[in-house]
Ligand binder design. Structure first.
Ligand code: BGC
Length: 451
């Protein structure tokens, strides 16, 4: 059985973060308000009324955080750029202080021998654009391309590869369909234009990146979908869910078409928002890499209420993270092998752009954080990844979520995903046992691959 040390030579090791989850400094350097500032201020929106106002104070402490990354021996760092720092209202010229921050951040990574892998949009839309309709408005896709041009003009000389969007599925469902994330709209299936406009924004931004000779990626949240039983109704429900969660965001990118959403009563034009030529723009000449964010599989059965063609069913008999998410490492192998089977040569090289777990970590009296469940989670998933590679999937790197404990969206600071513990009162960083484990794994992998 291949294991994590069998991952190929040149395999890239990294960590991932996102701007609103770590930066803080929401009123500094000319940054404008984002949808998350506004949403988090709504009573009851975020657990314990937490906000990203200070978060991990990374805006001021990035030097210390990059030193932690250097200590891990990373090849790459996936971070996100806050659109409202660069364009406070989502339109018009760049805010120089915003770009200066990311310029310093990129240079500090390069000085530490780390290749920056920025994400251009990780859910913090300028609030001014939300007031124009957010991602429900087609114009937001064009605004996104303009913003991309401002960023790549400034940083493109030092940054070879770019991720356009983070998890357009989660943003559409949580932000626009269910209203549990910003911007807090609960439109159910009327949220679908937010999927198309994000993908269109990806396509338009990708063209800008290509004009600059840069590589283009996207980070999708993907899940293997398990029918609750072999009964036809469960199998059909699982196929409908797979189309919504996975294929809605991979088919147009890799095949240039939307999947069949007829189970949702939706046609190929997604309720009228798809215009002629859009799908060509979305697919463009193809992706240089597909980012895959994997956390767990999903079990789906026949609908229990008439509104949707599926119902989520529990996965029994497996460990759970502090968040309650099922831990199924082999789901990562299954997902990757399934992608290769579905898309064949249309599947570009894959990078795991997020994978990790929340643990109820506490700083012990001896100053250590013995987060054994996280080590087991990472080890299991990396072994599964090595198996997928052995089965022929081209996987180029692994970026764990996350470097630091951070603002976990609607859960505030209550879910800790970091390799590094953060005391949110003092901002003190303490590497956990998983930090040391990851560092040692990276060294061991490089040593045995260069032997
Ligand atoms: C998101 C991250 C988030 C993580 C854990 C992903 O859906 O991209 O921002 O913190 O999962 O929930």
């Amino acid at each position: 059985m291949p294991d994590r040390l069998d991952l190929p030579a040149g395999f890239r090791w990294g960590v991932s973060t996102a701007a609103y989850q770590i930066e803080g400094a929401v009123d500094e350097g000319g940054r404008g308000p984002s949808v998350w500032d506004v949403f988090a201020a709504r009573p009851g929106a975020v657990r314990d009324a937490h906000t990203g106002r200070v978060a991990c104070d990374h805006y001021h402490r990035y030097t210390e955080d990059i030193a932690l990354m250097r200590g891990l021996g990373l090849d790459g760092y996936r971070f996100s750029i806050a659109w409202p720092r660069v364009q406070p209202t989502g339109a018009g010229p760049a805010n120089p202080a915003g770009l200066d921050f990311y310029d310093r951040l990129v240079d500090a990574q390069l000085a530490a021998g780390i290749t920056p892998l920025p994400t251009l949009f990780h859910w913090d839309l300028p609030q001014a654009l939300e007031e124009e309709g957010g991602w429900l408005a087609r114009d937001t896709a064009h605004r996104f391309a303009d913003y991309t041009a401002l960023v790549v003009d400034r940083l493109g000389d030092r940054v070879p590869a770019w991720i356009t969007l983070n998890e357009p599925f989660v943003h559409m469902v949580y932000g626009y369909a269910l209203g549990i994330h910003a911007p807090g709209r609960a439109l159910m299936l009327d949220a679908l234009p937010a999927a198309h406009h994000q993908l269109l924004g990806h396509g338009l931004a990708a063209a800008v990146l290509r004009e600059h000779g840069r590589e283009v990626m996207i980070a999708n949240n993907l899940t293997p979908v398990w029918p609750a039983s072999e009964a036809d109704e469960d199998v059909a429900a699982a196929a409908a869910y797979d189309a919504l969660h996975n294929r809605l965001f991979t088919d147009p990118l890799l095949l240039g078409s939307y999947p069949d959403l007829s189970a949702f009563g939706v046609g190929a034009d997604l309720g009228g928002c798809v215009r002629p030529g859009d799908l060509e723009l979305v697919a463009g000449p193809g992706l240089d890499g597909l980012g895959v964010n994997y956390y767990n599989p999903t079990r789906i059965g026949a609908p229990t209420d008439p509104g949707l063609p599926f119902a989520e069913a529990p996965i029994e008999g497996v460990p759970r993270t502090a968040f309650g998410w099922p831990v199924v490492p082999d789901g990562l192998r299954e997902l990757l092998v399934g992608l290769r089977k579905s898309y064949g040569t249309a599947l570009p090289p894959v990078t795991i752009t997020e994978n990790g777990c929340s643990v109820a970590d506490e700083l012990g009296p001896d100053g250590t954080v013995p987060d054994r469940p996280r080590i087991d989670y990472l080890a299991g998933h990396l072994d599964a990844l090595a198996e997928a590679v052995a089965e022929g999937v081209d996987v180029r790197g692994y970026f764990t979520w996350s470097l630091l404990d951070n603002f976990e969206w609607a859960e505030g600071f209550t879910q800790r995903f970091g390799l590094v513990h953060v005391d949110f009162d003092t901002q003190r960083r303490t590497p956990k046992a998983s930090y040391t484990w990851y560092r040692d794994l990276i060294v061991a992998h490089r040593t045995c691959r260069t032997r």
